[in-house]
Design a protein around this ligand. Structure first.
Ligand code: SF4
Length: 265
């Protein structure tokens, strides 16, 4: 293996969904403007992080005070945002409502030990890759310490209140490795996903949690079949970045090479 290529934990899903889109973004550095959904997600991440950090520090920042971080993320975004069919006014209302639900229903049950942990790169030299990313939360659980990830989306929580965890194990597994590497604490409890539905009406803005036990297991091979990281390494180092025009994200709003991609023809 002659070069180390960095994979952001949050991009692993894209790598397997459409390798050509992943390469355009993460190898060629092409960027899309942000969109309303991503900005709403960032807003809720920002405000809940302020609230949870204040709880850890004993700073006493209230739910209403910390909601200001959500409003700020929407009114002063870091990146250009193409709102499309979404609107900043709606996004602000949804973000404030979800923020309050999270602070009232989820946060009091959690024992967080760290918030928004930016992790050092974790190099896996024999696979020629390095993992990077930030972990939303580390929390104390009966088994020890565990990671926790906040996910917003239209279908993050089902109508029966369950959070979809299928398909998230490898991303959670990478966060576990990164948290162990950076925070220096063994991660021994199940990964938790906190799902928040970004529907317009408060009644449909469901919020809930789901757990994944053994998230790291899928990353590593079992001697007979390779793990996800080995698949990722082979794909990246082969340079065979094929496209998947059936991807849900195969759209001009999400793919930087949509207008020129030969796989769409
Ligand atoms: S246009 Fe579609 S198939 Fe081509 S890279 Fe983008 S997402 Fe993949």
């Amino acid at each position: 293996m002659n070069s180390i290529i960095t994979i952001r934990a949050s991009s692993l899903g894209t790598l397997f969904d459409c390798p050509a889109r992943w390469a355009a973004t993460h190898i060629d550095g092409l960027r899309m403007p942000s969109n309303g959904k991503a900005t709403l997600g960032k807003a809720v991440h920002a405000s809940t992080a302020v609230f949870d950090q204040s709880t850890i520090d004993g700073a006493g920042i209230t739910i209403d005070e910390s909601a200001a971080a959500a409003v700020d993320a929407i009114t002063h975004p870091d990146d250009e945002v193409v709102w499309g069919e979404d609107s900043p006014v709606d996004a602000e209302k949804i973000a404030i409502s979800l923020h309050a639900k999270y602070c009232q229903q989820i946060a009091p049950k959690q024992q967080y030990t760290a918030v928004e942990v930016t992790c050092e790169k974790l190099e896996i030299a024999d696979l020629g890759i390095a993992l990077s990313g930030s972990t939303d939360r580390i929390r104390r659980v009966a088994e020890g310490q565990a990671i926790c990830d906040l996910k917003t989306g239209k279908t993050a929580v089902g109508s029966d209140g369950t959070v979809k965890t299928a398909g998230h194990a490898f991303q959670m597994g990478v966060y576990e490795l990164l948290a162990q590497h950076s925070a220096g604490v063994p991660i021994t409890g199940p990964a938790q996903i906190i799902g928040m539905n970004t529907a317009k009406t408060p009644a449909s803005q469901r919020i809930g949690t789901g757990e994944i036990v053994g998230a790291r297991d899928v990353l590593l091979g079992d001697g007979e079949s390779p793990g996800v990281l080995e698949h990722a390494s082979r794909l990246i180092h082969s340079g065979s970045f094929f496209g998947n025009p059936k991807s849900m994200m195969c759209h001009q709003a999400y793919c930087p090479i949509h207008s020129t991609c030969k796989f769409r023809k």
